[in-house]
Design a protein around this ligand. Structure first.
Ligand SMILES: Nc1nc2c(ncn2[C@@H]2O[C@H](COP(=O)(O)OP(=O)(O)OP(=O)(O)O)[C@@H](O)[C@H]2O)c(=O)[nH]1
Ligand SMILES: [Mg+2]
Length: 300
């Protein structure tokens, strides 16, 4: 009989320690990978390679209401494209709403996202730490077959655990859920994989405003950003992100033109809202420019 890991959905086996789904004893509920993730926060490398198209095709075949989860920092064209590939009736769920800075007006944020990304579906905010905000979700789930999906690390499994009192493995490492997992009328799915690292913020984001002088640049983790002339900008990144102010080196090319009230989105990390027009240098092409989704709602 086929037995599946309760933590990640992979088929369990006790024969080959170097293959997927290994557990020393087939009576166990968890594979070794989930056991180590749960108890030691350690991830072993033997894991299923996910294919985004396969996951989307499977979601589209399920004939369930789709709850597409994405957090405030990871809304960009690429992640919205996953949402748009889903054919079923669907909701756009901004998860981890507890990380959204206090000053941001939520109605305005939702309106800006709808306008910027041409989203007609309903947008709902939720967080595992704020039960009262989950009422709308609870109503949808109570009377429908639903499927949770989204890029890795958005908190799909955490939210399902919260709403159904289950014990699916969760972690801040990528690719935690391995297979589709059914719990009554609810389906969890493996996250879509992106070709950049997804930061997992631990607490409410504190936006940081910088006056970037033309002789200086900022180092944000491994990202370097410099501006041709004095530029005022506000950073929306996880609070753990290392930000260092440095003197400029001379041979930068200022290539990207950004207007006042636009965001420079750094995929997987967050975004920078510009309060002045700017011509900037960036040492990465992992970015997008958009009209600011925090608009004029954040006052410096
Ligand atoms: N601040 C905050 N963190 C959350 C919330 N929900 C989940 N997390 C954290 O986000 C990380 C990822 O959670 P998971 O539930 O494993 O995410 P997932 O979307 O199932 O990830 P995959 O299975 O890899 O696709 C964990 O570190 C969680 O603690 C939330 O509402 N707020
Ligand atoms: Mg998961």
């Amino acid at each position: 009989m086929i037995k599946k890991c309760l933590g990640c959905g992979i088929v369990l086996q006790d024969k080959d320690v170097n293959s997927l789904g290994y557990t020393p004893k087939i009576e166990n509920d968890l594979c070794q990978r989930c056991f180590k993730l749960k108890h030691y926060g350690e991830k072993i490398d033997i894991e299923k390679k996910q294919n985004n198209n396969t996951i989307i095709n499977k979601i589209n075949k399920e004939k369930a209401i789709v709850l597409y989860l994405i957090d405030f920092l990871n809304i960009n064209k690429e992640t919205v494209a996953f949402f748009k590939e889903i054919n079923s009736f669907k909701y756009f769920i901004i998860t981890k709403s507890d990380i959204i800075p206090r000053n941001i007006k939520l109605e305005k944020l939702i309106a800006n996202i709808k306008r910027e990304y041409l989203i007609e579906e309903e947008i709902i905010l939720c967080s595992i730490y704020d039960a009262k905000n989950n009422n709308k979700l609870k109503n949808i789930i109570e009377s429908n077959k639903v499927i949770f999906c989204g890029i890795t690390n958005m908190g799909k499994s955490s939210l399902i655990n919260k709403l159904t009192n289950s014990d699916i493995t969760i972690s801040n490492k990528e690719n935690t859920t391995q297979e589709f997992i059914k719990i009554k009328n609810i389906i969890d799915t493996p996250g879509f994989i992106c070709d950049y690292k997804i930061m997992v913020p631990k607490s409410k984001i504190l936006p940081k405003t910088y006056q970037l002088k033309s002789k200086y640049y900022l180092k944000i983790d491994d990202l370097v950003i410099g501006a041709e002339s004095d530029t005022l900008m506000t950073l929306y990144f996880a609070n753990e992100t290392k930000i260092n102010k440095r003197k400029k080196i001379d041979n930068y090319k200022y290539l990207i033109k950004i207007n006042k009230n636009q965001d420079l989105v750094i995929k997987g990390m967050g975004f920078i809202k510009f309060s002045t027009d700017a011509l900037i240098y960036l040492n990465s092409d992992n970015y997008e420019i958009r009209n600011s989704i925090v608009g004029d709602s954040y006052e410096n």
